[in-house]
Ligand binder design. Structure first.
Ligand code: KG4
Ligand code: ZN
Length: 360
């Protein structure tokens, strides 16, 4: 009876809510979004992202202190643009990334959300950045209709490489993860030692288009292991060895050599990710596979995974996140916030704190 009453109250609350404001500052993107929901569908109304990539490029990676300092003015600016003169009048709840991420960067978004909640009395929802990435695959209207559990999720970003079994909204089981570098790190670190600017993923992928994928025999660590874990740090060391050899070539490193090394690196990373995902699909009977995170922007990974899934099981749905939501953004945080709101998981702003090491 009590449960029933609680459910009744909770549905009333959800139905009366229409808009979520979301804030994301876990790394080097300052992001604010507004998500609106009616009974059947969820729509992104605003999706503002201010990237600090040009600022961090000269350091070859993200400097946490500089990221945090730049989040402050950008956060105020984006909130102003997103909310306009109505401020929080049409906002019903505020979602914010709690972690994982850079502690002092997360702190900026979190304090903004806490102050907004304190001043307005609107509830706040703490969101796991990784759950946000998962929600990015669900934001597409077609995906919202086809989404059926269980779903296998491959999260590939600059800090994470994880295979997650999603049994329901908010119910996750970590099946495998990287033991050292993330897939994005393997791209970024290899690119850096090849003299390419940060972030290296898109640079490697561009060079790889015209390279020979078999030119260099790079390792695929842990591929033969029965578990679903990854390891990419050996790959970076192998790229270093090949790069040093190439530099000794008469005439130095040609553009063709660079393209071939980039293509071989992309092949090794994609091959590993695809084979492990297929292994997971064969082990766990899922209805669909979602591909999310910054590295999912890699066209070769998307096409190879799609083809491999089709070969394995034609009935599987494939949910790659939309281009707009692959790299860090707040629309995905709003979507995960919406899932939590539906389950009544709002918080008091006083209880909200950063969780830099957060995981599943
Ligand atoms: O999800 P994300 O924006 O930030 C993190 O939470 O880490 O992912 C950023 C990562 C970087 O490592 C970047 O090099 C990689 O995504 N990335 C790519 C591509 N676009 C971005 N990696 C490979 N190919 C791409 N096209
Ligand atoms: Zn991310």
């Amino acid at each position: 009876m009590k449960r029933h009453c609680q459910r009744g109250v909770y549905y009333d609350v959800v139905l009366s809510m229409k808009r979520i404001l979301a804030i994301e500052t876990s790394c080097d993107e300052t992001a604010v979004a507004i998500l609106a929901f009616e009974k059947q569908a969820v729509k992104v109304k605003k999706n503002l992202v201010s990237s600090q990539i040009p600022i961090h490029q000269k350091y070859g990676g993200v400097v946490p202190e500089i990221a945090a300092r730049n989040h402050v003015p950008e956060m105020v600016h984006l909130l102003d643009v997103a909310l306009g003169k109505d401020h929080l009048k049409h906002i019903d709840a505020i979602a914010v990334t709690e972690g994982p991420g850079l502690s002092i960067a997360l702190r900026i978004g979190l304090e903004a959300a806490r102050v907004l909640s304190f001043l307005s009395g609107k509830p706040v929802i703490g969101v796991n950045h990784l759950e946000g990435h998962i929600a990015s695959a669900w934001l597409d209207a077609k995906a919202q209709k086809q989404w059926a559990f269980p779903i296998l999720v491959l999260i590939v970003s600059g800090g994470h490489t994880e295979l997650v079994l999603m049994k329901d909204f908010g119910t996750y089981r970590l099946l495998g993860e990287t033991r050292d570098d993330a897939a994005g790190e393997a791209f970024d670190k290899s690119a850096k030692l090849m003299g390419l600017p940060y972030p290296g993923g898109p640079q490697i992928s561009k060079l790889a288009e015209t390279g020979d994928r078999q030119a260099f025999d790079l390792p695929r660590p842990m591929l033969r292991d029965a578990n679903l874990d990854f390891s990419f740090s050996g790959l970076k060391s192998a790229v270093r060895r090949e790069w040093e050899k190439l530099q000794k070539a008469p005439g130095g490193v040609s553009e063709k050599m660079k393209q071939d090394l980039a293509a071989s690196l992309e092949e090794a990373i994609v091959d590993t990710l695809v084979q492990k995902t297929i292994k997971a699909v064969e082990k766990y009977p899922v209805k669909g596979v979602a591909l999310v995170g910054g590295v999912s922007a890699n066209t070769y990974l998307r096409s190879q995974l799609k083809a491999a899934l089709k070969r394995t099981d034609k009935t599987l749905s494939f949910f790659p996140s939309d281009k707009k939501y692959m790299t860090d953004n707040a629309a995905m945080i709003a979507a995960a916030g919406y899932w939590k709101l539906k389950q009544g998981k709002t918080m008091n702003w006083k209880k909200l704190d950063v969780r830099p090491e957060m995981n599943f």
